[in-house]
Design a protein around this ligand. Structure first.
Ligand SMILES: [Fe+2]
Length: 331
């Protein structure tokens, strides 16, 4: 039986379009004048923009992204001689829709071989991002569950952790932390005293002075938390941050006596927030103290025990009233 010439090794225009329309990735051809010349069917489905709406419109109007009108614009890169330009972007389409994608641009050549524009292939990353988001939420839930477990046993530590988490977020924002990094710090703060779960309640709640032995047991809590968390592959240095939250800039802290830049910035923030809340908080053996006293303690040791920038940021946060730590008179 004779085979149809479709299988002869070449495709005519109609057949080539059929192939391009069947691709799972969006394909866009852009001219040297930034005008959209052609889009495949996947592009129209992904973006909600029809071929007619896209045709001859500027690419940066139809689907703008953060590289538009910058040095990293893929058309500019190809014009400078790059053979391929690949980047990750959150594209915002002209129909109030956006999606994260990986975009690969290659030269589009006219039949005489001269450069006529670029071909952009957009791989939609939405499903991947959604599953990442679900994972992140689940992880936050696990951290929350750990925090609640501590609360069942020791209500002071639980409230303290919540207030420290709020203050850490405020300081991190003040210091210009990204949202992502702030999330990691918040999670570390939410369970920073997890290791106290191994400290006998009689020692935790003792109102009188502690013996050397009892002090040593309490001081083991950063190590205990580290041992519990160290094998969990968090996207942030959670275990290490908690491990270091009682270290001090001048090396006077514990458990390892780390100093200066050997202490993670996250741990330096956690240390300041921890001390601030511990001072301002009501305990069974002494009344609550005002924030001014806590700030005075931090400032007196600014640059020695505590990181200067973090102390300054903490002061700005408290003075501005951006963070409400709630009622510190109760547990
Ligand atoms: Fe602690």
């Amino acid at each position: 039986m004779m085979e149809n010439n479709v299988f002869s090794g070449t495709l005519d225009n109609q057949e080539a379009l059929q192939v391009l329309d069947s691709l799972p990735d969006a394909v866009v051809v852009i001219g040297l004048d930034f005008n959209v010349r052609w889009v495949n069917k996947t592009f129209t489905k992904l973006t909600g923009i029809s071929r007619g709406q896209a045709f001859n419109k500027k690419c940066y109007d139809v689907f703008p992204g953060h590289v538009c009108r910058t040095q990293e614009c893929p058309l500019s890169c190809i014009l400078k001689g790059a053979e391929q330009c690949r980047y990750e972007a959150d594209k915002h389409y002209a129909v109030n829709r956006s999606s994260p994608g990986i975009i690969t641009a290659t030269p589009y050549k006219a039949s005489d071989g001269t450069l006529a524009g670029i071909i952009e292939v957009v791989s939609d990353m939405t499903p991947l991002y959604e599953s990442r988001e679900r994972f992140r939420k689940a992880m936050g839930g696990v951290i929350q569950a750990m925090s609640l477990t501590i609360e069942k046993r020791d209500s002071y530590t639980a409230c303290h952790q919540r207030r420290v988490t709020k203050l850490c977020r405020g300081i991190a924002r003040e210091l210009g932390f990204s949202w992502e990094r702030t999330q990691g710090l918040r999670m570390a703060a939410a369970i920073h005293d997890l290791g106290k779960i191994l400290v006998p309640a009689a020692i935790l709640n003792k109102s009188g002075p502690l013996s050397e032995h009892e002090l040593a047991i309490i001081r083991a809590h950063p190590q205990s938390a580290f041992d519990i968390l160290k094998d969990i592959d968090f996207p942030w240095p959670l275990a290490e941050t908690i491990y270091q939250h009682h270290e001090r800039m001048d090396g006077s802290g514990y458990p390892r006596g780390l100093s200066g830049n050997d202490i993670l910035i996250e741990a330096r923030i956690l240390a300041v927030a921890d001390v601030f809340d511990a001072i301002t908080c009501f305990r069974s053996y002494r009344p609550a103290v005002g924030p001014d006293t806590a700030l005075a303690e931090l400032k007196a040791n600014r640059g020695t025990r505590y990181d200067e920038d973090v102390v300054d940021a903490c002061e700005r946060v408290m003075i501005s009233g951006k963070v409400d730590l709630g009622d510190t008179k109760k547990n």
